[in-house]
Design a protein around this ligand. Structure first.
Ligand SMILES: Cc1ncc(COP(=O)(O)O)c(C=O)c1O
Length: 401
């Protein structure tokens, strides 16, 4: 039997991970004891707040919590997330019908698509994007239709054109703000327009709100569910990963539209037995008691953003400071633009010992950029920008071939 998995029907649709090239180079450098400053993957480096860890330990000691849990999540956790939505956004949700616990946002996204999208259903999303937004659709055999998003207004106007001109109406819009990787942020008016279009055309909306709490300079990211009537067409996916430094714990939620949540609950009831119950119990504490920790986590990213943007500017590389997310989306400096984002990322790793994500890894419209994740401390970020500055200077002094 051949060992190449590419022969399998679904696997054929999934190209090898672009980021794997950089990951491999980084691993090799580290194996050779070379210190690489890693700003590649959006993997939070901070510890989960102590109160959450303590609750996990306590709950894990109770044998009653060792059994299968409920696939849709324990009711007290579903209640707690609806309380948070009421307090933070003034949104009222029914914990039984309008909230489900998921194994992180990725589980929610992948299985919601699997549950609601059939062959050739059109799913429209901005590009570049977090890869599962596109590949989740393809795995569900839908048709992923990507619209460029140089900014939110342009995306909206392209979406309106799409509704006007495309013979096949979208079955779903899949969006995410603050946006990974471009860091685009929107206001509530943008969501009003999205919900208006979706209601007019009978389209489902999925809003991936993974960076809900990572907002800077006084900006507060709106929830799509704040729009009146949003729950008739939309669900929002909230994740514990970034707001509470709980990426490895795998907890998220899908909230809003009852039909979509019932579909997700049905499919998940076949696939899993829910998140380990002590983790769900500890998540209740996170949602109930750890708002201050979330503010501190956010302040840490904001400080790192400033250090990075300032350091890059000194290095001669001008980038826009983002209003949200945990990334900086940087246009490749002009002299390197023609080599493309993958080659440029390799150069940064080889010559400046800094790992970033090439924009092309987020889809064809990500080309021309690299993404820095703010997962190193201020000191290491300064070191990274100094090293990048030296690299850019050396390159500038080499006469063009
Ligand atoms: C837009 C977006 N959605 C979802 C996720 C994954 O979230 P979770 O850890 O809850 O699966 C990420 C992680 O980087 C992300 O950037």
């Amino acid at each position: 039997m051949p060992e190449d998995s590419d022969e399998f029907y679904r696997i054929q649709k999934l190209p090898p991970y672009v980021f794997a090239v950089i990951n491999e180079m980084r691993a090799k450098a580290r194996a050779a004891q070379i210190d690489v400053i890693d700003m590649g993957m959006g993997n939070p480096d901070g510890a989960t707040p102590r109160a959450i860890v303590n609750k996990l330990v306590e709950a894990a000691r109770n044998p009653r919590n060792h059994r299968y849990s409920q696939s849709r999540g324990i009711s007290r956790l579903r209640e707690e997330i609806t309380l948070r939505y009421a307090a933070n956004y003034g949104v009222k949700l029914d914990p039984d019908k309008e909230a489900i616990v998921t194994i992180g946002a990725k589980d929610a996204l992948a299985h919601l698509l699997f549950a609601t999208i059939g062959p050739d259903d059109v799913v429209v999303s901005p590009n570049p994007a977090y890869p599962i937004h596109q590949y989740g659709v393809m795995m569900a055999e839908g048709h992923a239709c990507m619209l460029p998003m140089p900014d939110a207004a342009t995306f909206l106007s392209r979406l309106k054109d799409f509704y006007r001109t495309s013979p096949r109406k979208p079955k779903m819009l899949l969006i995410s703000f603050p946006h990974n990787p471009t860091t685009t942020c929107v206001d509530l008016e943008f969501f009003r327009e999205i919900v208006g279009l979706a209601r007019e055309h009978g389209t489902m909306v999925v809003h991936d709100f993974a960076y809900a709490d990572l907002c800077f300079d006084g900006y507060k990211a709106p929830s799509i569910l704040q729009v009146e009537g949003a729950a008739e067409v939309a669900v929002e996916i909230f994740s514990m990963s970034k707001s509470y430094n709980m990426a490895g714990w795998r907890v998220g939620f899908c909230l809003g539209n009852r039909r979509m949540i019932a579909a997700l609950a049905r499919i998940k009831s076949y696939l899993d037995y829910g998140v380990f119950q002590p983790i769900q119990i500890a998540s209740i504490i996170a949602l109930r008691e750890c708002e201050e920790d979330t503010r501190k986590i956010c302040a840490t990213y904001q400080k790192r953003r400033d250090v990075l943007v300032d350091g890059l500017r000194r290095a001669g590389w001008a980038v826009e400071p983002p209003r949200g997310s945990m990334f900086v989306w940087a246009p490749i400096p002009e002299p390197f633009r023609s080599i493309g984002s993958l080659e440029f990322s390799k150069l940064l790793l080889e010559r400046a010992l800094v790992a970033v994500s090439p924009g092309i890894g987020f889809g064809p419209m990500g080309e021309g950029h690299v993404r820095f994740a703010l997962i190193e401390n201020d000191h290491r970020i300064r070191q990274a920008t100094r090293s990048i500055g030296q690299f850019l200077k050396q390159e500038a002094s080499v006469p063009a071939a």
